[in-house]
Design a protein around this ligand. Structure first.
Ligand code: MN
Length: 292
């Protein structure tokens, strides 16, 4: 056997990576669903909100030629406040790198929560290309601008956190509502509904979302592309806005969605909770058929 005297730096590390295994082993799926392109964003690794197990399930069942990571993959803001990094979050990074190694082209467009990677725009790490934004050409020849979307925060107003208001936040608010009113009762003050106040604000959140979508589409139109793909607001969508195709791949904190392009250029939003439920019921009916 020939002895390798000196491995190039990269090759040595690729060899090390090859030997490593994730804590949650890859599922032995007979046939992964294959798409031309997959877009995911707003994973928020490093936070408790990240739905890591569902994303792992997604990555173990879906393959693609090209994958875009459209920002907020890792939450640097949260990690700076408190370090939180369970094995499952490592497993996701492992799967991205493994995918790149198996030949999927990965384009990573950092968002505002992982803006520390923006300084590496233009560089490639282990098959992952870091870019500030990209132009994607679909199989049917449409040119789509891909960006995270925080670029428009200054225009779309400061209430952007309201768009992130999920069920957990709502439950927490209900608890807070009880506490606030206990204190108010003790101070002989009348009842004041925090949730009513919040609901009015959530209506603002609804307005915020459509405003964001319109501004992003308008900007794409001004740049002469056929459409735009963004993340950031945690709201999956696919609609035509004044002749511009607007797509949002959603998130893996609240909705757990991905945007995919089929080989004929058709776009689709995958709601992974539904896909998992469908698979389980198919499996259950298969078992029943076998038993009959
Ligand atoms: Mn963001």
């Amino acid at each position: 056997m020939a002895t390798i005297t000196r491995l190039p730096f990269d090759a040595q590390h690729v060899a090390d990576f090859h030997a490593s295994t994730p804590s949650i082993p890859e599922k032995a799926v007979t046939e992964r669903k294959r798409y031309r392109t997959v877009w995911i964003s707003d994973v928020h690794l490093g936070t408790r909100g990240c739905n890591a197990e569902m994303l792992i399930d997604f990555l173990d069942h879906v393959d693609c030629d090209l994958m875009y990571l459209v920002g907020d993959i890792l939450d640097g803001w949260a990690l700076k406040k408190r370090f939180y990094w369970p094995d499952s979050h490592n497993d996701i990074v492992w799967r991205f790198l493994k995918r790149a190694k198996r030949g999927t082209e990965i384009i990573y467009i950092p968002g505002n929560h992982d803006e520390m990677f923006r300084q590496f725009s233009g560089l490639n790490f282990g098959g992952v290309h870091i870019r500030r934004q990209a132009i994607h050409t679909t199989a049917d020849g449409r040119r789509l601008l891909v960006l995270h979307g925080d670029e428009f925060d200054a225009i779309t107003m400061s209430h952007r956190w309201l768009a992130h208001l999920g069920d957990a936040a709502y439950e927490m608010m209900m608890g807070l509502n009880r506490l606030v009113n206990r204190v108010r009762r003790w101070m002989d003050m009348p009842y004041w509904s925090l949730s009513k106040y919040a609901k009015a604000k959530v209506k603002n959140a609804v307005e915020f979302i459509s405003k964001f979508e319109e501004i992003v589409a308008h900007e794409a139109g001004a740049r002469g592309v056929d459409g735009v793909i963004a993340g950031h607001i945690h709201t999956a969508e696919m609609r035509d806005i004044e002749g511009i195709a607007y797509y949002n791949d959603g998130d893996w904190v609240e909705g757990c969605t991905a945007l995919v392009e089929h080989y004929d250029g058709t776009m689709e939003i995958l709601h992974w909770a539904e896909e998992m439920a469908k698979r389980e019921s198919e499996l259950a009916s298969g078992v029943r058929l076998a038993a009959a």
